[in-house]
Design a protein around this ligand. Structure first.
Ligand SMILES: Cc1cc2nc3c(=O)[nH]c(=O)nc-3n(C[C@H](O)[C@H](O)[C@H](O)COP(=O)(O)O)c2cc1C
Length: 174
């Protein structure tokens, strides 16, 4: 079966995961922006960074899969702690909306942790994170989720949760 790894990454953590996964499995890897046609593949493994709940580049890739019978594996990379079920449920729901039926029935999901370096964010992303931080800071403590607390704690710093060992279970599941 022909397989392809595709990634959507803005600051490089997702790209690093996708390239490491390619090394681990021997499957070719490409940036979603360069993909033209996906006919003929049996399985697409999509690595995408999470941005305000959305997976970078996923919608554009899904459009190319609409008339095919491929199986899709979506691997998200974000800051949220994916060992917590409340976080993965939230991510799964937003991925499901982006994938949509009938492809969702042929889709498997995995969730990894990336990182953030506020010093390297674009102006637009800095402003988005600043607005989010200020809105969360004023939330009553009892309404704060773990994800909110983590964002407040890491605001304006550099954190790196990238762990290539987390790729092994995905390789096994293919
Ligand atoms: C504007 C912005 C929005 C983000 N939204 C989310 C989010 O909704 N959920 C999450 O877990 N991480 C979120 N993140 C963190 C990124 O997913 C994380 O930094 C990831 O490693 C980025 O991948 P990349 O380096 O491949 O671009 C956000 C980061 C930025 C800058």
């Amino acid at each position: 079966m022909e397989r392809l790894i595709i990634y959507g990454s803005r600051y490089g953590t997702t790209k690093a995961y996708a390239e490491q996964f390619a090394k681990l499995t021997g499957i070719s890897v490409v940036n979603y922006e360069t993909v033209k046609d996906l006919a003929g593949y049996g399985q697409i493994i999509y690595f995408g960074g999470l941005y305000a709940g959305g997976v970078k580049g996923l919608k554009r890739t899904v459009k190319k899969l609409e008339d095919c019978n491929e199986r899709l594996v979506v691997v998200t990379v974000g800051l949220a702690d994916v060992s917590r079920k409340e976080n993965t449920e939230h991510i799964k729901n937003s991925v499901a909306k982006q994938v949509g039926e009938p492809l969702l029935k042929r889709t498997t999901m995995f969730h990894l942790r990336g990182g953030i370096d506020y010093g390297k964010l674009s102006f637009k992303h800095k402003m988005m994170m600043r607005a989010l931080y200020h809105s969360l800071k004023n939330k009553p403590a009892e309404k704060m989720t773990q994800e909110d607390k983590a964002l407040i704690e890491t605001y304006n710093t550099k954190v790196d949760f990238v762990d290539f060992r987390s790729l092994e279970k995905i390789a096994k599941a293919l």
